[in-house]
Design a protein around this ligand. Structure first.
Ligand code: TRP
Length: 358
């Protein structure tokens, strides 16, 4: 089997922790769907990472893994063009994690703000597993195994991408003799195995949740899920709190409700009109704006609901597993090729190997 095509590559992934919500959509998933035309895309199910904080719940992790694929497919990921990749069946990733771990200082890893926040938010204290810290190294391997140009992610992931870029440079300098003075964009041309990939954050970096205060997040119970039905969407949008008292009071068009107007109402003329009226207190209540926001969100989710139907239930699950298998098979061609290139550079190319799934 040969690698899929000659387009530049994209790699990104999600840890299966539950269903995807609108924050994921505007922050990253929308970008991924859009980029499928121009790029050779790899979407990774980071199921090994799920074990780093939930090792005692294998059943849930398996269910969440299938569920996130349903979300991706519903959102418009096209498995004919893009590879959906199961991390635990890409052995090159686990191997490369070891090699990269040797290039990353412990202190550097512990200064990664995403790791620090996670330890804080999840209340891990000093009880986190060794594997929890390993995930950050593993993520570097996830990315570099595919030698991608871009990594579309939410803004919370940028510190991981920065660490990945440092390791790519370090490997190329150390084992491929790349001149440290080269521009990031020239590392491969300059003889490196790895490009220095760039993070790509979506059009809304942090979408506020329906509590109107915090970032949309599963643990805060303030999410609109891609899989919500029309009624659920209406009900949740109605909850968005602005503190405005009446339809004739001049409104603040930067409030949480208007973040939704900006993010989901696609008719720009209508957005401008709503803002003008709201700011003027021109007899336009929050209820009215909410109805339009809910309608816009439902217009976005409608086609997703239709696509999802095909992947629901036991026969849908079998289809999902077939899709994962074929994507993982294609992904292994690339990842094995990368690992071999890295091994050559590291003088570990004693003999080649062949890998196949059955
Ligand atoms: N850590 C990411 C998250 O929790 C998921 C992830 C794993 C990822 N490997 C990746 C994202 C590689 C981008 C690239 O959302």
């Amino acid at each position: 089997m040969t690698t899929t095509n000659d387009k530049p590559r994209i790699l990104t992934g999600d840890t299966p922790t539950g269903r995807l919500h609108l924050g994921h959509w505007v922050g990253s998933v929308e970008n991924r769907v859009r980029l499928q035309d121009e790029y050779d895309c790899y979407f990774l199910l980071a199921n090994m990472h799920a074990f780093t904080t939930r090792a005692e719940t294998p059943d849930d992790i398996r269910t969440d893994t299938i569920e996130i694929v349903r979300d991706w497919l519903a959102a418009g990921v096209d498995p004919e063009r893009s590879c959906i990749v199961l991390q635990t069946e890409i052995p090159a990733i686990a191997e490369m994690t070891w090699y990269f771990a040797m290039l990353l200082g412990y202190g550097r890893l512990m200064r990664n703000p995403t790791i620090k926040t996670e330890i804080d938010v999840k209340g891990l204290g000093d009880k986190y597993s060794f594997g929890f810290l390993m995930y950050a190294v593993g993520q570097i391997a996830d990315i570099l195994a595919f030698r991608p140009q871009y990594v579309p992610v939410g803004e919370d992931q940028i510190p991981h991408i920065e660490m990945c870029r440092e390791i790519a440079r370090k490997f190329d300098q150390l084992y491929c003799g790349v001149d440290p003075k080269l521009d990031d964009a020239d590392y491969v041309q300059g003889g490196g195995v790895f490009p220095v990939p760039e993070g790509l954050v979506g059009r809304v970096a942090r979408l506020v949740g329906v509590d109107g205060v915090n970032k949309m997040s599963k643990s805060l119970n303030n999410c609109i899920y891609l899989s919500d039905n029309e009624k659920q969407v209406k009900k949740k949008v109605n909850k968005i709190f602005t503190g405005r008292q009446s339809a004739t009071e001049p409104g603040d068009t930067t409030n949480s409700l208007f973040q939704y107007v900006d993010a989901f109402i696609t008719d720009e003329g209508r957005v401008a009109e709503l803002k003008r009226k709201y700011a003027a207190g021109d007899d336009i209540g929050d209820g009215h704006v909410k109805a339009e926001v809910a309608e816009a969100i439902n217009a976005l989710l409608g086609p997703m609901r239709e696509r999802r139907a095909e992947f629901e239930g036991p026969s849908g699950e079998a289809t999902v597993i077939d899709i994962i298998k074929s994507g993982t098979q294609r992904a292994n061609v690339v990842a094995e090729e990368t690992l071999w290139m890295a091994k050559e550079a590291m003088k570990l190319d004693f003999f080649p190997r062949n890998l196949s799934l059955s």
